[in-house]
Design a protein around this ligand. Structure first.
Ligand SMILES: Cc1ncc(C[n+]2csc(CCOP(=O)(O)OP(=O)(O)O)c2C)c(N)n1
Ligand SMILES: [Mg+2]
Length: 371
């Protein structure tokens, strides 16, 4: 198990308080500090609703993969607070840069899960319109979307457009050169970016201790001269409010932040992974007890924010969406083979044009021979 102690958060303090640690000017993590959350009951209910529905559609995606309707899927079970909390802190004009792990985050941004899953279906490179939702395509190459986000944020700034880019990336992705380049460039140019690292303690089978010898990923912020925060990523209120503060800082021109959200993925890396080969059932159980969804639900119920009627309403909404995913994905016709060449280049290079022509000729010959 990782060396981190995640069991902090604002539990026991109240829903009107968020807790996080900041990297101080001496380059060390400070003590956990409490901040006013300022969330209305409606906002808290919205947070819970998206997390609960997100969990249901995540599970549906796993089932659809087992049934052969998706090629592969990477679940975010247990990471719902990190997925929904930060996204709810975005303004409409902001941009989100997600990874393959972040279907629930993109759903929280308002994108139809059927469109999000087009990537896993292997049907299209990307199923939704990035410009319409201000959500970049799900990045499968680790951290390559981080420099893109910095570029977008810098461009927006030059145009006087108050846009902030929120980049989601994993603990393993922070070992990539692209992450370093993005953190550094964002720091130098005070780009309005927030890098939210979902530290789920594994990069596939590789535990955090083999990714970094540092005691926390947030500490890296000091080396780039940017703001660093470490927050309990299983505490939805804290991760939402901490990201909101980082976004406000970026929007005010005070530069980027690196937010490390401590969490745990309760499912295997993807549907193609066997997690029993690298971690124990006891370890997973330990984290299941810290599951962010029941944790939030209990607090909301105790505070009178939600009741059984509301939970039933959310469950029905989740079931309806899962049913729509099933019918849409099961009924979808196979993609036109030539569409794989679309949207790769603005103007295709010769080699790709030749490959396309070759495939078109093969398809035509097959059609003529009636195969
Ligand atoms: C540039 C690059 N190298 C390797 C891979 C293969 N790969 C896919 S996911 C993964 C682990 C990533 O771990 P982390 O960043 O912690 O994200 P998580 O999957 O835990 O959400 C690796 C190595 C890749 N997708 N891209
Ligand atoms: Mg990870």
């Amino acid at each position: 198990m990782g060396r981190v102690d995640v069991a902090r958060g604002s539990e026991g303090i109240g829903l009107d308080t968020a807790v996080w640690r900041e990297v101080g000017s001496a380059g060390a993590l400070g003590e956990p500090e409490a901040h006013p959350a300022g969330l209305s009951f409606d906002r808290l209910r919205h947070l819970y609703r998206l997390m609960a529905v997100g969990r249901r559609i995540d599970h549906q995606a796993i089932t659809l993969t087992r049934q052969g309707f998706l090629g592969v899927y990477s679940s975010s079970l247990g990471q719902e607070a990190c997925q929904v909390g930060p996204v709810l802190a975005l303004e409409e004009r902001d941009w989100l840069f997600p990874t393959y792990r972040d279907m629930v985050a993109v759903f929280a941004r308002g994108v139809d899960p059927v469109e999000i899953l087009a990537l896993y279906e292997g049907r299209r490179h990307n199923g939704y319109d990035p410009m319409r939702h201000r959500v970049a395509p799900l990045s499968v190459p680790l951290a390559t979307h981080a420099p893109h986000a910095v570029g977008l944020a810098m461009a927006a700034r030059q145009r006087g457009d108050p846009v902030v880019a929120l980049v989601l990336l994993g603990d393993g992705a922070t070992s990539e050169g692209d992450a370093h380049e993005a953190f550094n460039m964002a720091g130098v140019y005070a780009a309005p970016c927030v890098f939210l690292v979902q530290n789920n303690q594994y990069a596939i089978s590789v535990p955090l201790r083999l990714q970094t010898h540092a005691s926390a990923i947030a500490l890296r912020a000091a080396g780039y001269g940017i703001h660093g925060i470490q927050v309990d990523g299983n505490d939805a209120v804290s991760v939402h409010v901490a990201t909101r503060a980082a976004l406000a800082r970026a929007r005010a021109g005070d530069g980027p932040s690196l937010v490390e959200a401590l969490t745990y993925r309760l499912e295997a890396h993807t549907t193609a992974d066997d997690q029993t080969r690298y971690r124990s059932a006891e370890e997973v159980e330990h984290w299941r007890e810290r599951d962010p969804l029941p944790r939030l639900a209990t607090r909301l119920r105790e505070a009178g924010v939600i009741d059984s009627g509301f939970s039933a309403e959310v469950a029905a909404e989740a079931e309806a969406l899962a049913a729509r995913m099933r019918s849409a994905l099961q009924a979808a016709p196979p993609p036109a083979p030539l569409s794989m060449f679309d949207h790769v280049y603005a103007s295709a290079p010769d080699l790709l044009r030749r490959q396309r022509a070759e495939l078109a000729a093969i398809l035509e010959a097959e059609r003529e021979s009636g195969r």
